[in-house]
Design a protein around this ligand. Structure first.
Ligand SMILES: [Zn+2]
Length: 259
């Protein structure tokens, strides 16, 4: 009887270990950087691409044909280094493209089928969260330019609990404080290259407004007029927002964000 009991106990413990192993890390978000503002976020079996500029991106280590799966593609504005390969990838993968209304129309005029655009072709606009299969998506303002509509950023809350902010191309702006308060940010993806966006100084200051747990710099090292690397941002961030964990990713590198 004692033997049976201990066998039973062992089996229960083993089963519990197996279950916990299967669920460990299900809330994690795997963040892959492809240079400029292009990212792949994977969590809970869903893949989100943001500003997938692959073809012609001088630092991107993957080819557009290598991208075979995407559920959502978030476009921040219509400049070539952000729209990138959106239309091609959406057509091949069946991904739903999210963009501001006028940019969504422009993409459709350039060949993106309406069924590949959020809400059957409408896209959305800056405002409150919408829910797409459990992913909560807030479109935020960005201080920049765009030929169609307005430039934007995105706050993405995954069902596993992690919240990622992709700022798009933007200068620093005071409302970052409001967004950081409304939607506590685990990871902020911030442009730091200057010339077209925040430079290292503005980006480091923006950490005080956004108050994210972690940050990854983007939009540098691709064009001669941008900062060649993230060194100055790393130094300033340490000084101005010492509580924020900054990680610099080389194009092609991944970071696993835990909620
Ligand atoms: Zn840009």
């Amino acid at each position: 009887m004692k033997k049976l009991l201990s066998l039973f106990t062992t089996m229960v413990v083993l089963t519990m270990l197996l279950i916990s192993a299967a669920y460990a890390g299900t809330g994690d978000v795997t963040i892959t950087f492809w240079g400029e503002s292009a990212f792949k976020l994977e969590s809970g079996g869903k893949t989100i691409l943001i500003d997938p500029w692959i073809t012609g991106n001088p630092v991107c280590p993957v080819k557009v044909e290598d991208i075979t799966a995407a559920d959502l593609i978030l476009v921040t504005h219509d400049h070539f280094d952000h729209v990138g390969d959106t239309i091609d990838i959406a057509k091949r993968t069946g991904a739903t493209v999210v963009a501001v209304y006028e940019t969504a129309l422009k993409l459709q005029n350039n060949g993106l089928p309406p069924q590949n655009v959020l809400f059957g072709g409408f896209g959305r606009d800056i405002g409150g969260p919408i829910d797409i299969n459990g992913i909560s998506l807030v479109m935020t303002p960005a201080v920049h330019s765009s030929e169609s509509g307005v430039p934007v950023g995105y706050i993405i809350k995954f069902p596993g609990g992690a919240t990622v902010y992709h700022a798009g191309d933007t200068a620093i702006f005071g409302d970052m404080l409001i967004y950081g308060t409304l939607y506590p940010i685990d990871m902020a993806l911030l442009p730091i290259g200057g010339a077209f966006t925040m430079d290292a100084v503005q980006a480091a200051e923006s950490l005080k407004l956004l108050r994210p747990r972690k940050a990854i710099p983007m939009h540098y090292g691709t064009f001669p007029m941008l900062a060649p690397n993230a060194d100055q941002f790393v130094t300033l961030a340490k000084k101005m927002a010492p509580g924020v964990g900054v990680t610099v990713l080389q194009p092609g590198e991944k970071y696993i964000l835990q909620p």
